[in-house]
Design a protein around this ligand. Structure first.
Ligand code: SF4
Length: 237
């Protein structure tokens, strides 16, 4: 699976509770009407400004080893480093919501609409992750359709900047994937422009290989433990 992909509004539609979670509101919390209204305004702005695009490129284990090595700044032992040698299939990806969303967020702040800007920023962050999830599902669907994935295959995405894969790894990922094709640039500090973008690798491997324990050295400093829910969901499929 290689090429430029377009995404639908459904592919990026953010989960409301996740977006409110970015604002410090716990899931299931009843919120006042003005917060609901604020979220509705932010969602409308998001859906009017979003221009989601993605690029995906299959990559061999050997080629990915060189991409993953990056600038040599990864932690010595990481989930991706442990998992990718067992991969049946790998694909680099980058997905962006486009520049207009970031411009809309900026306009909110320059016009002193801080609450709207902050809610839009949160909704857009969740939407970018949702778009990356859609890419993960598309890769899985292609592999299932052509018989390269079985019920025992787990397809999960991982990104530089997380879980021991140093953010400087973005440079080699960009060199291979060339997401400039969809308007994505890499800044000096490895931040992507447009900001609401996600890049990484989708790894198809036996499910049990993805089922790692959070016992890496850096896990002691992890506040989200976000891998646990992803792994639970994968093993339950
Ligand atoms: S516990 Fe945190 S740092 Fe460790 S693998 Fe999971 S998400 Fe990554």
């Amino acid at each position: 699976m290689t090429g430029v992909l377009t995404l639908s509004a459904a592919d990026i539609h953010p989960d409301r509770e996740a977006a409110l979670g970015y604002q410090g509101i716990a899931p299931g919390t009843a919120v006042p009407q003005h917060i609901d209204d604020l979220y509705d305004t932010a969602l409308e702005l998001l859906l009017h400004t979003v221009e989601p695009m993605a690029v995906v490129s299959e990559i061999s284990r050997e080629e990915f080893a060189a991409v993953y090595e990056g600038a040599g700044r990864n932690d010595p032992v990481t989930p991706v480093g442990d998992i990718f040698p067992h991969a049946d299939y790998l694909a680099l990806f980058a997905v962006t919501l486009g520049e207009h969303v970031s411009e809309a967020i900026g306009r909110c702040f320059t016009s002193n609409e801080f609450a709207t800007g902050s809610m839009l920023d949160a909704a857009a962050s969740v939407a970018a992750d949702t778009a990356a999830d859609a890419i993960e599902r598309r890769v899985a669907a292609v592999l299932q359709a052509d018989g390269r994935a079985t019920p025992d295959t787990g397809v999960l995405r991982y990104s530089p900047g997380y879980c021991g894969w140093h953010v400087s790894g973005q440079r080699k990922l960009f060199d291979y994937l060339r997401p400039e094709r969809i308007g994505l640039q890499l800044g000096a500090s490895y931040l992507m422009q447009p900001l609401k973008s996600v890049s990484g690798v989708v790894i198809a491997a036996p499910k049990k290989v993805h089922g790692f324990a959070p016992s890496y050295e850096f896990c002691r400093r992890c506040e989200t433990r976000s891998c646990r829910e992803r792994i639970r969901a994968l093993l339950a499929r």
